[in-house]
Design a protein around this ligand. Sequence first.
Ligand code: CTP
Ligand code: MG
Length: 606
Amino acid sequence: MLTNVVGRIFLLKNFRFSQNLNSNINPNLSLLRKWRNSANTVFSRRISLEAKKADQDGFVPFLEMMRCRRSEASKSVLVQVQSAQSYKELHSYCSTFGTVNNIFHYTAGGEQLHFLIVEFSKESEVQQLLTYSSHVNDFEGIPVQTNFLWFKASGRKSKLKQSKSIKLDIENGNCIPKEEDIREALRSCNNISEQISTLHNITTLNEVATRLRFLTARQVEMCLLGLFPNAIAYPFGSSVNGFGKMGCDLDLVLRLAGDKISGESRLVFHSKALNGYDRSISQRHMEVMGDLLQFFLPGCTQIRKILQARVPIIKYYQQLTDVECDLSMSNMSGVCMSDLLYMFGSIDERVRPLVFTIRKWAKEVGLTNSSPGRWITNFSMTLLVLAFLQQPDNCPPILPTFNTLIKNAGSKDKFVTEDGINCTFLRDIEKLKYKTTNTDNLESLLKQFCEFYSSFDFSTKAVCLNEAVSITKPEHSPLYIVNPLERGLNVSKNVSLEELEKFKYELRNATWILESQEKKTSNWGILEMFESKRKVYPSNSVIPSKQGRLMEVSKLFDDTEQTQESVIIKNENVEKEIQQIRTDTNQRIRNIGNNIRKVSRQKSRR
Ligand code: CTP
Ligand code: MG
């Protein structure tokens, strides 16, 4: 059970982050350069060390990381202040309730609003502080008690002793790097591999952004404390799986009973009866939850209830932490999936930078989009990268198969969700009996990724992480990626044929760009890939094989005239491709029509 995994003893000191981090986190260029040279965020530094196993504390399994982050959040409060400099006074004030471990500063509301995250050494100290804190009067605000507060001006000169030695641990810690600064940092790299790791280092979710996500989840738990003292709002998805970038959304699954399982006690709480899973009832519960957020919880705005979806969700924006949230009350499979992705990302340090670059490329060329639609999602794109890294063509593969993780699972890794999804797999990479000897650099892996999927037979094959082989598609969705935890499901069922064709087109375009990096323009390497929307590529017939493509492309670059000629050919080829898709689709429709007519004729004969 989950509690077996969660319940492992975890020494908090093992997960303590180093103190006195960079004190001035303005994403200016020099800082980005600093970021480039050393993974600056504590979270990412830790993760990269985990991957290298150079950290003396060793690998932190996902559920232990979650437990530690949740514990950090329950010992912390978020306080709105006048400016970053208010930390000295706030520190003195908070010290009257207990020991202050850390203070982090960040801004929200277009850098207009200043906040401090104050972390105490014990949860009981936060309780004392909250008990002593006051409400505005009843006519002005709903008197809820959560972890979000503001610091009133004292009115008279503060008598509190302010220690001069107190320092802010992080200032301006929630700044999303500006696009131009990212590009500038990428331009100044020496090679494509360096660009890929730089992009990861400067855009990955940092310490403050991670804490803000757990504080946002904690606020939801605190709002329910009276009725559901064991309720847990689990963050999942990119906020915690190691593939999240600054500004990513927060996926939350609310479990009213937490991870408390029916106990031994003879006294059992009376409760309203629930007759199994009733969709309309669970939609009503979500509706109530949405109303709670909307009418009672400070900072929760833009509430949208999407109750007709397969998994009903409440979308909202928490303006005090500057986080977009998707709250659901479904099963734990999303959390287990995040655990699985966290595992894969931790096995080899090249995985996360590669995923970041491919996700960024996909966004830039318009393959992915933050709103739901017929396009590939970030999650599907991540699975495509992971599946590629498992391929034996990589000689030897960088990642093990999911089945290897299942085979290596110990008794503590057993977990089956209440609706029967088996999420048992190894959760500790220290125990993984798999070590790759593949030493390919990031540039080479990026090229191989593009080539691998350029020639992948999507029409008959499905991508499957369970085994390192592509399997025959069980049905006719254009893109089929087997859900590793629920093998009967296609993660990319939403993707249309048109979007898949666009993906293949962009892959070929990216391959061409990566293979023709002879002259460095200002937007070279992955920057050029990101701009490929404006470029054209040679069609399949021009670049039949890897070798052939290499020669063809350099030739194109050597000869301006030929390049111009090729551009025309390429444009024609794009047109031809589109025409081909149209013809194929029409043919398919005709076939379906013929089949239907055939069946009805047979029926009428009978
Ligand atoms: N998920 C899943 N099966 C799906 C879709 C999503 O298990 N078919 C889970 C995954 O754990 C995924 C999480 O739900 O990571 C959140 O989904 P989503 O927000 O779409 O993706 P993220 O990985 O969070 O990426 P993004 O940064 O785009 O939010
Ligand atoms: Mg998400």
